[in-house]
Design a protein around this ligand. Structure first.
Ligand SMILES: C[S@@+](CC[C@H](N)C(=O)[O-])C[C@H]1O[C@@H](n2cnc3c(N)ncnc32)[C@H](O)[C@@H]1O
Length: 314
């Protein structure tokens, strides 16, 4: 392999620092011969820490919707007889026949450093690249395709709801008028367009940050996947099994917190009578955990992390 592109890619691929790793492992209350699911393999920082706690009878099931993450899982860990690897969305975890009687499951949400740092993935406007943003590059619509086809209201809604962008309508109007002249295909092109539309309002934040967040969440159906994934995975936990979820923004954390409390999302409740009091499948273990100052100083991407732990009720 030498110093070729593949070698460099693997070296860079290793550069995801797992967030709140020790807290996640403590939250899983690891049983050495237990059966665990890591639904967001990324580059395997948490997965390796889970494996270190397992004996030869333990099992670790690994999923990721990103084919590059799965290639790395295959390369690094699939030879271990305790490990199984599957490409896919954790929302569909129930379709994997190995996902049952889990002692624990971990979801470390959002994007990985290799996804953010590889310009070709189109998640970041730090460099110019095709505007893709799909975690699973084998399926679905890219951000460029969405911006070429959606109407102004749909674009504005995505930026408002998932990017929490107050200027969503103005940005959507400029996108729709610009695309009649030339398609919006690149990360830089979109970032410059947003800056022209709303100017620079915050000192330490590029004006396109919220637009990129909103598009990413929409393109990957991140909140819908989380909702479906929590149901599927909690159903597969054994009584006493642990669920640990690390979220990176308030929209995700609200879904996790409400799910653990047994509250249905508002969207599925609208128009229905008030829900009957039923025992939620999970109980919260302690309060939310946040990274220490030392961790955020060493890894600024941990800054907005919130970790929650829950246990399956008997
Ligand atoms: C923050 S990284 C995980 C990092 C990992 N814990 C580590 O230590 O290397 C998030 C990963 O989850 C994956 N992902 C996000 N949502 C997913 C979903 N719904 N199903 C499967 N994988 C998902 C992303 O592709 C990304 O690789």
């Amino acid at each position: 392999m030498g110093v070729d592109g593949t070698g460099l890619m693997i070296e860079r691929a290793a550069a995801h620092i797992p967030v709140m790793r020790d807290e996640a492992i403590a939250g899983l209350a690891m049983r050495p011969h237990g059966r665990y699911l890591d639904g967001t393999f990324g580059r395997g920082g948490h997965a390796r820490a889970i494996l270190d706690c397992l004996d030869q009878a333990g099992r670790l099931l690994l999923m990721d919707r990103d084919p590059q993450a799965i290639a790395e899982a295959q390369r690094a860990l699939a030879a271990d007889p305790r490990v199984s690897v599957r490409h896919g969305n954790f929302a569909e975890a129930a379709q994997w026949n190995e996902v049952h009687d889990l002692d624990g499951a971990l979801l470390d949400l959002g994007v990985s450093s290799p996804q953010l740092d590889d310009p070709a993935r189109g998640f970041s406007f730090q460099s110019d690249a095709p505007l893709d943003m799909r975690m699973d590059t084998t399926t679905g619509e890219s951000a460029a395709e969405f911006l070429a086809r959606a109407d102004e209201t749909e674009i504005a809604d995505v930026l408002w709801r998932y990017g929490e962008e107050r200027m969503s309508r103005r940005i959507a109007r400029v996108i729709v008028s610009q695309r009649t002249e030339s398609p919006i295909r690149s990360t830089r092109g979109l970032a410059e367009l947003v800056e022209r539309a709303i100017g620079r309002r915050e000192r330490n934040k590029h004006p396109a940050t919220r637009t990129f967040q909103g598009l990413r969440i929409h393109i990957n159906d991140e909140l819908g996947s989380l909702d479906r994934g929590l149901r599927a995975i909690s159903a597969a936990l054994k009584p006493g099994g642990r669920l640990v979820v690390i979220s990176f923004h308030s929209l995700e954390d609200r879904i996790v917190k409400n799910f653990i409390r047994g509250e249905q999302p508002v969207a599925t409740r609208r128009g229905l009578p008030p829900p009957q009091a039923v025992q939620p499948p999970l109980r919260a273990v302690g309060r939310a955990h946040f990274p220490s100052d030392a961790e955020t100083a060493a890894n600024p991407r941990a800054r907005s992390a919130v970790l929650r732990i829950a246990e399956k009720q008997a």
